[in-house]
Design a protein around this ligand. Structure first.
Ligand SMILES: [Zn+2]
Length: 428
């Protein structure tokens, strides 16, 4: 493998937001030299003049559908989408077929990703078979390499099981990632946010209350057990408020938000004419909820930016709204929606946004944050926050196409990653 010279980039300091111009020489996957490097004989030179460099980003919430649903996505195609979006690592949810509920499936995922430029960390189920009744073999899965536990796609409805799982996960030093929904409060099996728009459209709604009640329960269980609850895809104003108050009391709770929840509202369901690419779980909420998510990101209540990348094949989404599965792609559009909706309008600073992508997810999962220093393994993202471009179908790297953002004006672009010794460019 030839040496790699990244020339003219700007190193972003994640504490201050300051940038320093520097060339990076990478040899055998390790940062060999940082500074002004004029002669690097035989090296592959990549001109990244004026572009930013940060530690590689991690998306701690993706659905790569393998094993069992490879018509939607595979670990390989999912990793391709991740790399294109600027991510060097992801954690994949266990709602596969079979679910990642035993150590052999954990090891299967780890074996599949070894040769890819993106690290894929498996998340194991909380319950056996993801059935919500008995605790899964969490210790065994942790030994095999599972970094967290979740029944995502479904909540852990059984409070007693969640308590025991938190007590056990605590001894493993792993968080439980909560798909926060009290199913008994979503008794109508809604298809969009419960509220004025759903009433107008005549669609059964999913009340914010179902999410909020479960977060309140899990905050209490986290406080009681000392186990770490991480709230997935937070979507309502009251949910943000519950997490904020729990954190103030010192409860071991963290939270993530997804770009679609701060970019779109439930009006998009009507405006798009029931486009099934506006259907996800939790659903798109109201303008007030969008504002609360922005406030939560700004004040640190929401620690992480994650995508909930959820591919579905065209034939599955090209059906009546009430027949369509929940979920959209997220990896390709995460950064430009972060810049357009959060950084440009001044909701959060650029370096705070990058911390929520590169640092916070790894801290929550107990993984080392890559360092950009001589002698360190090269795991980094090259990006900008200025390029204006239109997201088109041809940009989609996933095996599926289910995104509402084709045709959207974007700001900011990930231009490539370095990981596992390779430079993987992401052309516009
Ligand atoms: Zn979920």
């Amino acid at each position: 493998m030839p040496d790699l010279l990244l020339s003219g980039g700007l190193l972003l300091d994640l504490d201050t937001g300051d940038t320093t111009r520097a060339d990076l020489l990478i040899r055998d996957g390790v940062i060999a030299q940082i500074g002004e490097i004029s002669d690097a004989e035989g090296a592959e030179v990549v001109d990244i003049s004026g572009k930013l460099i940060s530690p590689g980003w991690m998306d701690m919430h993706v659905h790569f559908r393998e094993p069992g649903q490879e018509h939607k996505e595979t670990i390989e195609t999912g990793a391709r989408a991740a790399a294109w979006g600027g991510f060097t690592a992801v954690a994949c949810m266990p709602n596969t077929t079979p679910p990642i509920a035993t150590r052999d499936v954990v090891e299967f995922v780890l074996a599949r990703q070894q040769s890819l430029p993106v690290a894929v960390y498996p998340i194991g189920t909380v319950s056996k078979g993801r059935e919500g009744n008995e605790m899964a073999e969490m210790g065994d899965m942790a030994e095999g390499g599972a970094v967290a536990f979740s029944d995502d796609g479904s909540p852990v409805q059984h409070g007693g099981l969640m308590r025991r799982a938190l007590e056990y996960a605590r001894t493993l030093g792993a968080p439980i990632l909560g798909h926060e929904e009290d199913l008994t409060l979503n008794a109508d099996h809604g298809h969009m946010n419960e509220g004025a728009v759903a009433t107008r459209l005549g669609l059964p709604g999913i009340p914010g209350l179902a999410e909020e009640a479960m977060i309140a329960r899990d905050a209490l269980l986290a406080e009681f057990t000392g186990g770490h609850v991480h709230v997935c895809h937070i979507s309502t104003a009251r949910a943000v408020d519950i997490v904020r108050r729990a954190k103030a009391r010192g409860v071991p709770i963290t939270a993530e938000a997804c770009p679609h929840h701060w970019t779109l509202t439930d009006e998009a369901v009507a405006e798009s004419g029931y486009d099934t690419h506006t259907k996800m779980h939790p659903p798109l909420r109201t303008a007030e909820d969008v504002q609360a998510i922005k406030d939560g990101l700004a004040d640190g209540t929401i620690d992480v930016i994650a995508t909930d990348h959820a591919p579905h094949a065209p034939f599955e989404k090209e059906v009546e709204y009430i027949e369509a599965p929940f979920g959209i792609l997220g990896l390709e559009t995460c950064w430009p929606l972060t810049v357009r909706e959060l950084i440009e309008p001044g909701v959060i600073s650029l370096h705070e946004a990058v911390r929520k992508l590169a640092v916070a997810p790894r801290e929550i999962l107990g993984l080392a944050v890559p360092r950009i220093a001589e002698g360190e393994t090269a795991e980094l993202t090259v990006f900008d926050a200025e390029t204006r471009w239109t997201f088109e179908d041809r940009h989609i790297q996933s095996k599926s196409r289910n995104t509402p953002f084709v045709g959207s004006e974007m700001v900011g672009k990930a231009w490539g990653i370095v990981n596992r010794g390779r430079w993987v460019p992401a052309e516009a």
